[in-house]
Design a protein around this ligand. Sequence first.
Ligand code: XMP
Ligand code: MG
Length: 179
Amino acid sequence: MNNDIKEIMLTKEEIDQKVKELGKILADEYRDKNPLVICILKGAIVFMADLLREMDIKCEMDFMAVSSYGNSTESSGVVRILKDLDTTVQNRHVLIVEDIMDSGLTLSHLVELLKQRHAASVKVVTLLNKPERRNVDISPDYSGFTIPDEFVVGYGLDYAETYRNLPYIGVLKPEVYSK
Ligand code: XMP
Ligand code: MG
């Protein structure tokens, strides 16, 4: 698996440090608010698991799965809910945890949806932010790293469902795509 990686963009140590910082900030923000923390499957699962353990507050978690990408590296422009929440968000402080904000399409759609369902507040934390690719007017409320426009894998992020379990964020060798 490691042989398919051209370059490590963010090391495990850099990620761990950043997740700790974000956890502290978010714990302060959400203390006594019993937030509903929503993991966007599957990409955010590793980040969510680490982040929540850095947040020393009472909270609940739920999961949502949406599709916009299929197996390609380009957005299809369509956001479809594959798995909805088990919890009602009405009057809840909602924190959406996502792996990356790219075009912004997925998150702008989800934020709108949860506001329509009368959440008390809706905020977004993403581990990665690719602002160069944005084509809707949105930015994450909290983000770990701003990265250049390169397709990355690891720490939850996949190429064709593989590489999610890499402990770092890396760039794939071009020959992996053309196989
Ligand atoms: P949008 O464009 O809606 O996309 O902001 C968000 C979703 O796109 C996926 N995505 C990536 N996945 N490496 C990945 O493995 C990437 O570089 C990348 N860029 C976008 C991701 O699933 C995210 O939820
Ligand atoms: Mg994703």
